[in-house]
Design a protein around this ligand. Sequence first.
Ligand SMILES: [Zn+2]
Length: 271
Amino acid sequence: MKIHHLNCGTFCPSCQRLLEGKGSWLQSAKMCCHCLAIETNEGLILVDTGLGVQDVLTPKHLGRTFRSLMRPKLELEETALFQLDQMGFNRRDVRHIILTHLDLDHAGGISDFPAAKIHACSTEVEAALRPHWRDQLRYRAKQFDFNPKWAATINTTDDWFGFENIHRLKGIQEEILLVPLHGHTRGHCGVAVKQSSGKWLFHVGDLYMDRRSLYGKAPAAMTQCENLLAVDNRQRLGYVKRVRQLIDEHGDEVEVFCAHDMSELNYYQDA
Ligand SMILES: [Zn+2]
C-alpha cells in the first residue's frame, strides 16, 4: 500500500492575518483540500476529492457565496484527475472513493471518476441528495447529477480507539474505516487508514480547519468559521475533544490531520 497526499483545491480567502493569526492584513490566507490517493493491489482508493474538472470549468455551479468567500484558485492542475494522470494512472484505476462528507469542496471530484464506488455515511448521502434549504449552499446538486455509484456502508457496533459505531466499507480489503465524527455536517466522518507500517492515518475532514483548534489556540476568526459552518457545533466540539485525547493517548499509533490546514499537508508532502 502506497499513500499519496494531494492538494485538490487551494482557497485564498481574504486577510491572512485574521485567519492565520500571522502574516499580512492585505494578502490572502491559504487553505488546501487535503486528499489521499491510496495505491492497493486492487487499484486506487481516493479519500476525499476536493474540486473537480467541472467545478474548474463551470465555477458558477459552486455558487456565488462560496466563490466570493473562499476564493478558490480553480486550476485544472489541482484536480485529482490531473494529478493522477501525471502519476501515470487512468481515471478507471480509481475503484473506490471514500468521502468524509459531501460538502462541495470534498465531493467535487467524484464525477471525474464515474466508474468508482462512492462510500460515505448514509446519513450524509441522504442529507446531500435531499438537502434542507439551509444546506443548499454546501451541497451542490450539479456535483451529483451523473448517477454516482453509491456503495452502502456496513454499520457496526464496533469501536476504534473508543470511537463507537464505525462503518466498514464493502469491497475494500484494506483496513480502512469510516469513523463517525458528526457535527460539521449530519453524517460527517473521519477516515482511518491502517498503513503498511501498522500506524493509522486518520483524516478527520472538517472536524477542524486549523490544527491549533484542537488546543483552543486557533485565531478567533478561524474558530468562528469552524463554529458557523457546523450544523451541530456542540456535537462537533465533543468530537474535537475526543480527537485531542486520541492524539494525547495514542499519538504513537495514530496520526491525525484535517482537510484544510496547509501546514499539515506540507508536513506530509515534504516528508
Ligand atoms: Zn471543507
